[in-house]
Design a protein around this ligand. Structure first.
Ligand SMILES: [Zn+2]
Length: 227
């Protein structure tokens, strides 16, 4: 068997490999390579809030916008109503590929710009509260976490998943949980809010991401002093 080496794999030691098909029946070769981690030149750190509407938001304000495939969704509806099974399958595959590309771009950029990356543990509070069909979202966020983890590892960047309790309700400026912050089911629709304690104006998700970043720093500090 020969490999079409578009990824420069010849420079790596190949470990193990497997084949897997996508849902259009195209096959992919997955290989594990041994790569040398170089220390990163970046010094910044970032927190990432994984939201409920397919939006991942960084404490720096970078974000993956929700429902990037709106156009395809329309085509999908047409194909579904016409019962064109093959076309439905093809559009699903296209959406999956676009999502994957988007997650790759986002994760590559974050790993390039930071020395430490902290991701909120989305599996906890939020999803349970909303009872939403979480399979798609879970798969997407699991993929993003995996990408961030292995890319961070390769680049010598710290990667940690941190608990995200109270990250939405807490003001990232003053640290209080003010009366005005979004809470529970009623708070789900609040995108922007003003802290009634210190007056800071917050984008809901950026504020949560900043709290995740702070939680990550606290954890690192504990880790370091605990050595
Ligand atoms: Zn405040």
């Amino acid at each position: 068997m020969s490999l079409w080496d578009s990824y420069g794999l010849a420079g790596h030691e190949l470990r193990s490999g497997s084949f897997s098909p996508d849902n259009r029946g195209r096959w992919y070769l997955n290989v594990v390579v041994k790569a040398q981690a170089k220390p990163t030149a970046a010094t910044a750190s970032v927190g990432i809030d994984l939201g409920l509407k397919e939006a991942a938001v960084a404490s720096t304000g970078e974000r993956i916008e929700g429902r990037f495939y709106r156009k395809l969704e329309c085509q999908l509806g047409i194909a579904q109503r016409a019962k064109k099974k093959k076309r439905v399958k093809a559009i699903h595959a296209k959406i999956a590929n676009q999502r994957k590309n988007l997650l790759h771009q986002f994760s590559t950029q974050l790993v390039k710009n930071n020395a430490a990356i902290f991701v909120g543990d989305v599996a906890s509070a939020k999803l349970v509260k909303t009872k939403m069909a979480k399979s798609t979202l879970d798969a997407g966020w699991a993929m993003l976490k995996t990408m961030l983890e292995y890319k961070s590892h390769q680049a010598g960047v710290v990667f940690e998943v941190v608990g995200e309790s109270y990250t939405t309700q807490t003001c990232s400026c003053c640290g209080a949980i003010p009366a005005s912050s979004p809470k529970g089911r009623a708070g789900l629709g609040i995108r922007e809010w003003t802290c009634s304690d210190c007056g800071a104006v917050h984008d809901r998700d950026v504020n949560a991401a900043r709290n995740i970043l702070a939680a990550g720093h606290r954890r690192l500090a504990v880790g370091i002093s605990g050595v």
